[in-house]
Write a new protein. Structure first.
Lengths: 252, 352
């Protein structure tokens, strides 16, 4: 009889600093139970790697250019386990504590990393998934203001939608669709979450299924069956509910 | 301490005033039956004694301060004190007159004096009330000045505390990231790890050293920022490049400590760190016609929103610049085309 060895944990390292990646590589290569499948210098690479190589676990730096660790989490958090790494960030740490996310404070010891690895292994065996949206919201709590952009993952690619370019957001079955420059971008989120993240002075919930960018509204008309319709500057028409019309009137 | 007794010139002025009072009183009483010599013999010493007696008005003022006592209480205690003081004065005067009467030249003085007693008593009361008024005024001045000094002292303390707080502190981020770099280097490049330790130690020592002083030479500040950038270059590698143009003559100008370091730090954390490919930080320092011009420019991610924390560091630098040079210094920022630029213009003060 032979013991079936537990499968090697497949890991991707994400950090914009070469030396920070080097520490993780040094510690991880010493262990026979893990395999480094990729090293990423930024968030875009991380999303691509998750989509293409399906690692079990990401070591994810919080502060990175263009896409920070939380944005990466928002995009791929459902597909992979994550251990954050950071030097110092009080908002991030609070979010980690609140949602029991494992994290490593730089610089960290090999022992501390080993602990994080065994905990990640347990989580993976239990099939645990992080409450991605809640963690992101908590970590963003420290920053005032509303999102200036929306990130949408399309397979291994990341689309960065500037909110000025979004015409409207439509709720579909289990996701939402952002209408932006003639294209629809799908995102695994609820319309209520989108509404909470966007500036209420710019986006109005005109219908149970529609969040409209006020800049796109040309006029509101009423059809023969007394239904109100929002006419956009490109001629497209969206339904306006009774409550939606009240919100719209209050804003105009 | 009594405000009049405390200073010789005040006491002299006070006693001179009483001398005038004595002569005037003498003039009044000589208009009837007393001779000049008699009047002065009585009033000069008596007024001198009363002058000192009236100094006790200070204690009445202190015991019933105008700010906290009722009007009735102030009037009652003033009136009572004046009557008691004047009564004692009159009694002393009677005693003095009877003593004088023993001398042949003053044989008739006692009899003539009696008719002046009501006038002298009334004058004594009025003089004491006048003394009270003067003391109340002095007390008010004293309190006002004390309050002003306290206010000034508070302002100085507040200013010092503010400056202490303003003195740029080493960003914990920077420290932890540097330690992490060292941790990485120990395995792959031990000599590099040691160099980094020395750089970091030198930088921290420089920071401690300059922040205890109110002004330093620009050359010291530049050395400190060089060390800072040297450490960050280890961390960011090729992503961080620095171009420096510094006039050789600018080094002696005096500046507040850690004037440039927070700006350079901003250039790294809000500029270079936000760019995938990094970029070049430019530092230009020139000295012309007694003025120092400093510009720090960095590329930044045009898509990212301007960070909130940069404002704090910048405001800190601006305030310390104003504290040292007042309206003579200027700090301006410019953001355009993915570049961010901070410009400082200040007088070049040197030791010589």
């Amino acid at each position: 009889m032979t013991d079936t060895p537990s499968p090697r944990l497949r890991i991707a390292i994400v950090d914009d600093e070469a030396l920070a990646r080097a520490v993780l590589r040094e510690y991880l290569t010493a262990s026979s139970e893990v395999e480094i499948v990729a090293e990423c210098q930024n968030g875009f690479e991380a999303v691509k790697v998750v989509s293409e190589l399906h690692p079990d676990l990401l070591f994810l730096d919080v502060q990175m250019p263009k896409l920070d660790g939380f944005e990466v989490l928002e995009l791929v958090g459902c597909d992979v386990a994550v251990v954050f790494t950071t030097a110092y960030d009080q908002y991030a740490l609070r979010a980690f504590e609140v949602h029991a996310v494992d994290y490593l404070l730089k610089p960290f010891s090999a022992e501390r990393l080993a602990e994080a690895l065994s905990r990640a292994r347990e989580r993976l065996q239990r099939g645990e998934r992080l409450p991605t949206q809640e963690i992101v919201a908590e970590a963003r709590g420290g920053q005032s203001g509303h999102a200036g952009r929306v990130l949408v993952r399309d397979g291994s690619r990341v689309h960065v939608l500037s909110i000025e370019k979004i015409d409207y957001v439509q709720a579909q079955d289990d996701y939402v669709s952002f209408r932006c420059e003639g294209k629809d971008y799908l995102k695994d989120q609820t319309l209520a979450q989108v509404e909470a993240a966007l500036d209420p002075a710019k986006f109005v919930r005109i219908h149970r299924s529609y969040l409209l960018n006020l800049d796109r509204l040309a006029r509101v008309e009423t059809d023969e069956r007394e239904n109100r319709l929002a006419v956009l500057s490109d001629g497209r028409k969206l339904p306006v509910s009774r409550a939606g019309y009240a919100r719209l009137s209050a804003r105009l | 301490m009594h405000p009049i007794l405390a200073r010789a010139e005040r006491l002299t002025a006070y006693l001179t005033a009483w001398l005038v009072v004595a002569v005037l009183l003498a003039a009044v009483v000589t208009r009837q039956d007393l001779g000049w010599m008699e009047a002065l013999a009585i009033l000069l010493p008596m007024c001198l004694v009363y002058a000192f007696a009236c100094l006790s008005a200070w204690y009445v003022c202190r015991a019933t301060p105008l700010t906290t006592s009722s009007v009735v209480r102030v009037l009652a205690s003033s009136g009572l004190a004046a009557i008691v003081a004047s009564g004692l004065w009159l009694a002393l005067m009677r005693f003095w007159v009877s003593a004088l009467s023993l001398l042949p030249a003053f044989a008739t003085t006692g009899a003539s004096f009696t008719s002046h007693e009501p006038l002298l008593f009334a004058t004594g009361v009025l003089l004491f009330l006048l003394a009270l008024t003067v003391h109340y005024l002095l007390l008010a001045f004293e309190l006002a000045r004390e309050a002003e000094q306290r206010q000034l002292r508070m302002e100085v303390l507040a200013r010092e505390a503010e400056l202490r707080a303003l003195r740029a502190q080493v960003d914990p981020h920077f420290l932890f990231n540097s330690l992490n770099s060292i941790s990485a280097l120990t395995a792959v490049d031990p000599a590099g790890a040691r160099r980094m330790c020395v750089l970091l130690a030198d930088f921290l020592r420089d920071t401690l050293n300059v922040s205890s002083r109110s002004q330093i030479e620009l050359v010291e500040e530049l050395a400190l920022t060089d060390r800072f950038l040297g450490i960050e270059q280890v961390r960011f590698g090729d992503r961080l490049q620095v171009e420096r143009h510094v006039d050789a003559t600018a080094g002696q100008c005096r500046v507040p400590p850690l004037l440039l370091q927070p700006l350079v730090e901003n250039a790294v954390t809000h500029g270079i760190a936000g760019l995938l490919e990094g970029g070049v930080i430019r530092l230009d320092v020139s000295r012309r016609d007694g003025r120092l011009s400093i510009a720090i420019e960095n590329p930044r991610d045009a898509e990212s929103s301007p960070p909130a924390r940069r404002g704090v560091g910048l405001e800190n630098v601006r305030q310390r610049l104003m504290a040292m040079f007042g309206g003579n210094a200027r700090l301006e920022t410019r953001a355009a085309d993915g570049r961010y630029r901070v410009e400082l213009a200040l007088p070049c003060l040197t030791d010589d």
